[in-house]
Structures are given as structure tokens and as C-alpha cells.
Write a protein that binds this ligand. Structure first.
Ligand code: ZN
Ligand code: FE
Length: 255
């Protein structure tokens, strides 16, 4: 049975995502950037909200939790480590925990770095994942709470998923990320092609998300500390991946 995904813009550059299981008539929102926009989307699809899946506690991800919970009497799912920071949390999830949404298996993985206890939702059988602010297309989340090593470890978890896995991140940052990506790996042909595609999509107001594990491994500088070209441009030839990753993050922070 198919799982339906409904994607819509929220706030300035967030995405709202509803996922719907037809068989058991369950609907989840990934985070709650904007309760009004989510309510409108639910009405548009004729779906009843049964779950909120939070990735982390930042306001642009949990702001609508209480209003939506109050309205729909839905269950709020979030990281056990963030149980004191996620409003209205009902179900606390730990790293590698698996649960069913309708008939679909979801494995939660902890991806600390952007925040401690950031989690991602991997629908393993559908090869779909909601990665919050851990990975962006051509970028990754800022490291607010964790260390660069933690963030690198988290990104490696995502890189180990099958190449065809569709990645839904929480922000449309691809075009601005592309400028930095090109600055440190200008000769990467696939990156050049992706940038053309991204500019074309954005000129029409279209989303660059979802992306895929394959595309990000080929074009996202944060997943490419092994690239000779990046190592050369950073004057870090042969250095360990975690150190190169940390350098890339540092450069991006002041780009
Ligand atoms: Zn965030
Ligand atoms: Fe965010």
C-alpha cells in the first residue's frame, strides 16, 4: 500500500510534510513549523492528524505542537533526550528504535550535532527519510549543540542508507548552499549540473526537495571530505575525514 506524502512551504523557508497511510487512515506531520499552514494542508487533503513526529526542539519545528495537539488530539513523538524541550511530547523515542506508522516501519536514528538528540525518521521499506536540520541539499545543519565529530558521525549514518533513499529535509536552502559548494569544489561536474537544475527550479518557484542519498553523496561538500579536489583546495590532502568535515563546516559558518 502506498504512503502518500504532501509537501508544502511553511514560514520563510521551511517545508511542511504530511504523510498519510491509507489503510489505517493515519496522518502524521513532520514537525510543526506553522499550525495554520498545517491545518490548511490537512483540510485540503481531507486528512485527520493522528501524529506529530518532531525532529528536534527548535521553534520552527515545534511551534505548532500544542495548538495542533489541542485541535486534533494527536500523539506527539520525539526524542527521549528532548522530552523536556518538546512541547506536549507523548511518546519518547530512543536511538535505533523502530515503530509502525500504519503498516509502515519507521526506524528512528539519533543524529546529534545541530542539537543534542536531533532524530531522523527513516521509512526503511519505502526508502524515504525525514532528516530535519541534520542534512540539507548541498549542505548540513549548523552545529549548535554537538561537536563536529558528532555531526560527522550523524551524516555518515545517512550516507549508509541505500543510494535511492529519498531525503526530505526541513528547509529550502539548496540555492544558497550551492554557492558555497561550488566555491570549494568548482570542478565537480555533477555539482555543476545540480546547480543548473536548482537555479532552474527556483526560478520557477519549485522545490529542490526531496533529494537522494546518491545525489548528496555526489554533490554535497559536507559528505565529500574524501574528494581530492576539496582536500587540495583546503590544503588538507590525506587528512582524516572528520577533520576535513570540521574545516568545511567552519568555512561555511563564515562564508
Ligand atoms: Zn533547527
Ligand atoms: Fe530548522
Amino acid at each position: 500500500m502506498a504512503l502518500e506524502i504532501f509537501q508544502f512551504p511553511c514560514l520563510d523557508d521551511n517545508y511542511g510534510y504530511l504523510i498519510h497511510d491509507n489503510l489505517l487512515d493515519q496522518t502524521a506531520t513532520i514537525d510543526t513549523p506553522d499550525a495554520d499552514a498545517i491545518t490548511l494542508a490537512l483540510d485540503q487533503k481531507g486528512w485527520q492528524l493522528t501524529h506529530i513526529f518532531n525532529t528536534h526542539h527548535h521553534s520552527d519545528h515545534v511551534d505548532g505542537n500544542l495548538e495542533l495537539k489541542d485541535k486534533a488530539n494527536c500523539k506527539v513523538v520525539g526524542s527521549k533526550r528532548d522530552q523536556d524541550r518538546i512541547p506536549g511530547i507523548d511518546i519518547c523515542i530512543s536511538d535505533n528504535e523502530e515503530f509502525l506508522f500504519g503498516e509502515h516501519r519507521i526506524i528512528v536514528q539519533e543524529t546529534s550535532g545541530h542539537t543534542i538528540g536531533h532524530i531522523v525518521y527513516h521509512l526503511v521499506d519505502q526508502q524515504i527519510a525525514f532528516v530535519g536540520d541534520t542534512l540539507f541539499s548541498l549542505g548540513c545543519g549548523r552545529i549548535f549543540e554537538g561537536s563536529p565529530d558528532q555531526m560527522w558521525g550523524s551524516l555518515q549514518k545517512i550516507m549508509q542508507w541505500p543510494d535511492d533513499t529519498k531525503l526530505y529535509c526541513s528547509h529550502e536552502y539548496t540555492q544558497s548552499n550551492s554557492v558555497f559548494a561550488l566555491s570549494i569544489e568548482p570542478e565537480n561536474k555533477q555539482l555543476q549540473e545540480r546547480v543548473v537544475e536548482v537555479n532552474h527550479l527556483r526560478a520557477q518557484g519549485l522545490a529542490t526537495i526531496p533529494t537522494t542519498v546518491r545525489l548528496e553523496k555526489a554533490t554535497n561538500p559536507f559528505l565529500r571530505p574524501d574528494s581530492q579536489e576539496i582536500q587540495q583546495n583546503l590544503k588538507m590532502l590525506g587528512k582524516p575525514s572528520n577533520q576535513i568535515f570540521a574545516k568545511i563546516r567552519e568555512l561555511k559558518d563564515s562564508f
